[in-house]
Design a protein around this ligand. Structure first.
Ligand SMILES: [Zn+2]
Length: 254
């Protein structure tokens, strides 16, 4: 599979009608008996949750925080439509954290804020509503944040693991490699990487701007977080396939 070579200086690939994708997700959620949480505000916040039949673990999946990363909400739609979840994992999902960014095909929200840098001292209505909701939810065993990267040479991921189990990054890479190229660069996003895996080492308190994943880890809301990055210079179907495969692998693993 070859790079498309059209994403020069930004994402220039397919875009989605986010309203349509979210309606489809809402329909699948209603059909499969999820509870919908929403908060009115300048931008409506929406999440869905569903207890497992025999609950053993809790998992959270979010996406759509960057409006120029269409594969995330599309992967969420495929997961919700497919409705193939492990029977013992209770689930919480946020299908689109930046609904005003998608119509503009822009990373930031309509007000120009990169929401994924806004979790330490939130300025945006979107992140405030998200955190207000998150703080009412229980802690998770696993959290997944679905993203895309227009610069990358293949799929890669970040793993933040507080233990006690070893992580699942290698397993995800193994499974995704069957459907999408892996970025094997030794340095990705200025961090050292190995076989498509970045395990950042830092103290969150030293960092002025927090991503969603950093908030989840720093506030001990999750034991394990994987931020999944599909390569947006590849065909859309491969990117959606990579995110769906990674999410299903992770949810089966916990
Ligand atoms: Zn992103």
């Amino acid at each position: 599979m070859l790079r498309l070579g059209k994403n020069i200086g930004g994402y220039h690939g397919e875009t989605i009608d986010i309203g349509e994708v979210l309606r489809e997700i809402g329909k699948a959620a209603a059909e499969n008996h999820w509870t919908r949480d929403s908060a009115a505000g300048p931008v409506e916040f929406t999440a869905y949750r569903r207890p497992a039949a025999s609950p053993r673990r809790r998992a959270y999946v979010s996406t759509g925080i960057h409006g120029d990363e269409p594969a995330g909400p599309l992967a969420m739609a495929e997961l919700m439509r497919g409705n193939q979840w492990p029977g013992d994992v209770s689930l919480w999902v946020c299908p689109c954290l930046n609904p005003t960014g998608f119509p503009l095909n822009r990373r930031e929200n309509a007000g120009g804020i990169d929401l994924n840098r806004d979790y330490r001292e939130p300025q945006s209505a979107e992140v405030r509503a998200h955190l207000e909701w998150l703080e009412r939810q229980p802690d998770f065993d696993l959290t997944l944040c679905l993203h895309e990267d227009w610069e990358s040479a293949g799929f890669y991921l970040y793993e933040l693991n507080a233990g006690p189990r070893t992580g699942l990054a290698e397993l995800i890479i193994d499974k995704v490699a069957a459907v999408c190229p892996i970025d094997l660069s030794p340095v990705i996003e200025e961090r050292s990487a190995q076989n498509g895996i970045i395990r950042p080492v830092f103290n969150p308190e030293d960092r002025p701007l927090w991503a969603e994943a950093l908030w989840l880890a720093a506030r001990k809301k999750t034991r394990l977080n994987c931020t999944l990055e599909a390569p947006s210079d590849f065909p859309l179907a491969a990117r959606v396939g990579a995110l769906v495969t990674a999410a299903r692998t992770a949810l089966e693993w916990i």
